[in-house]
Design a protein around this ligand. Sequence first.
Ligand SMILES: Cc1ncc(C[n+]2csc(CCOP(=O)(O)OP(=O)(O)O)c2C)c(N)n1
Ligand code: SF4
Length: 288
Amino acid sequence: MDPKVFDIENADVAWCPGCGDFSILRTLKMALAELEIDSSELVLVSGIGQAGKLPHYLKSHTYNSLHGRAASPATAIKAVNKGLKVIITTGDGDMYGEGGNHFMHTIRRNPDITTIVHNNMVYGLTKGQASPTTQKDFKTPLQVEGVSLEPFNPLSIAIGLDASFVARTFAGDMNHMKEIFKKAIEHKGYSLVDVFQPCVTYNKINTFKWFKENVYYLDDSYDPHNRSEAFKKAIEYLKFPLGVLYINPNKTPYEDILTVYNEEDTPLYERDVDMEKLKNLIRSKRKI
Ligand SMILES: Cc1ncc(C[n+]2csc(CCOP(=O)(O)OP(=O)(O)O)c2C)c(N)n1
Ligand code: SF4
């Protein structure tokens, strides 16, 4: 399939020239094309931010939610129509900050969705304040003396919660990113891909060059099925590992354990709603 099938004609892409978001967008289109995913069966869900704009630039169904609130509608979309491919595109602030609670509990639920976090270690859209992943001592117009906290470590949290797929890649290496996206999208269950994405305008420290010098690749000898080893990898900070850190293939996706599917496979969106029953239920709750 040609990645161009996902192009939106005359899309007015509102990212700064040189932003790492461009390569994430291009690579996601390539990965989707190689996986032969039909845009009519694809839903991109986002919150607010530069990363949250990605669904506006890729032909698919789209749900643009509130800041930090992409995970819940994505879980619901998958639950009512299991046939859809559901992908969240989000920023480090959107998912790990404002959406932190939803991030954790979505991992616990394990819906069959993929979360791609554009981790630029800063709030891009609102002009450069610190995000949860901003590194210690980083100065911003708001944190003028530098950030005093240690950064949030999304991968260790995800592995701690036994997420079924946890990976990290880099917007400066499209081949690596594409392979990781493909594995994450094909994985059955919740998959997290944290993407190191340089923000060329507001993050002058964690640049393309900085990331290149501060990452290394996990090789074939690394076994992602060992949770304790994965956790050790996730907390490395002298150089950050890129690749699939952790996979738990034994978890059942959330939508497959919903009792509404116990006796009937028909997706919820295709079922008739018994309005009388619904009204009675609402009436009965009002009486309490
Ligand atoms: C509840 C709420 N709080 C704050 C904002 C303002 N806001 C919009 S985007 C954003 C930060 C986005 O940063 P990030 O998620 O890291 O994405 P980026 O723009 O860097 O891609 C903030 C704080 C908002 N829209 N809603
Ligand atoms: S502000 Fe940063 S993240 Fe936003 S478009 Fe510009 S370079 Fe990209």
